[in-house]
Design a binder for this molecule. Sequence first.
Ligand code: PLP
Length: 444
Amino acid sequence: MDMLPNSTEARDIRYQMPAAADMRKHEETGSVVIERGEGIYVYDNTGKRYIEGLAGLWSVAVGFGEPRLAKAAFDQMSKLPYYHQFNYKTHGPSVDLAEKLLSLIPFPMSKVHFTSSGSEANDLVAKMVWYRSNAMGRPEKKKIIGRIKGYHGVTIAAGSITGIERNHTSFDLPLDRMIHTSCPSYELFGKEGESEADFTARMLADLEALIEREGADTIAAMWGEPVMGAGGVLPPPAGYWAGVQAILRKHDILLVADEVICGFGRTGKMFACETYDIVPDVLVLSKQLSSSYLPLSAIVINDAFYQPIADESHRIGSFGHGFTASGHPVATAVGLENVKIIEERDLVGNAARLAQMFQAGIKDLATHPLADHARGVGLIGAVELKGWDKPGQAGTAVADRMQAEGLIIRGIGDAICFCPPLIITEAQVTEMFAIARAAMDAVA
Ligand code: PLP
């Protein structure tokens, strides 16, 4: 890339260490500078327009440039820009958002605790699970089950529950306490001639076998995204979640539903737990909670989870955890306004209404000679590619081409993943898939 020495691109290379990148490649090629956004579009510093087909990082539900969120942030910052929640202090915005979340969740939950990212939230839930086992006099019940290709973040506990190799390699993860069961993607792992029902049964048998092997008395909880996201958009096979919940109940193992991507309408219901009839003990939310305008995540827990932790904190005299930014007033004020916009504009309804057309568009892309199959639900989907010389690289190569054509999506392994802002219109879905197909034609 040609760049002037004092351009943002050049100074980015000079001064920043990038996220999720090959740093030598970054030193050579630099990064695209995204300057502004409006609706489903973002613009780079040359004025080039892109459809944000992944809503940033699966997160900008209400689209870019929403003035109500800017105003909510300004108003709260002017009144009380910061306060902590240590030592019996609180403030209105986080209480209001906690109340709102509890009113939206369709199964009985008891308390909300705010953090700033999905990783932090999952890390803290792991600590809470261990704290609770200690509180209940079951110090041996500590292991956590994650799933291969599951993604729960990158901090030490969350990164260990994640079941993706590149998030472990060279970081000395996973921790020993974190164990992994099979990835329930029928499209990727179904065997020749195996029915979906037989595949589900095999996944459940794998889970049972893992629990038997490790001993139920040593396992405290299982984590799962209702639909795996960063593993490549992997919806569960029919009957999977019902079966998992029955097994966990039988063995007294908690279920943590990680709806960091799925929450707030992505699957066509407010929560994916509704889509798949999941009733978890803990629900983890982030991303679309604030449309990622400010960092915000929420841990929502039921009463059976809360009570032993509360007792233990009373015994010790304090729950020895808290972040400077826990329940940040500006982030929670923006979160509340964002959730109100999602409701007022019926963005969950929009996702449900456009789901059929969106999934048809994904399936249509899967008829391309480069494609193997399509998968998805609601307004999230992926196309698995085939025939690339180097396995695992087709997704990025095709995503790069789409970016050149004005569509930002995400290549994950051999898949290309789509997850547009929930405000997308029918015409924009058509526009997005037209660009995608033209880019695939150009690569083929
Ligand atoms: N959980 C899920 C399901 C996610 O998709 C992600 C991020 O993509 C995370 C957790 C981690 O969130 P963060 O990147 O905010 O730490």
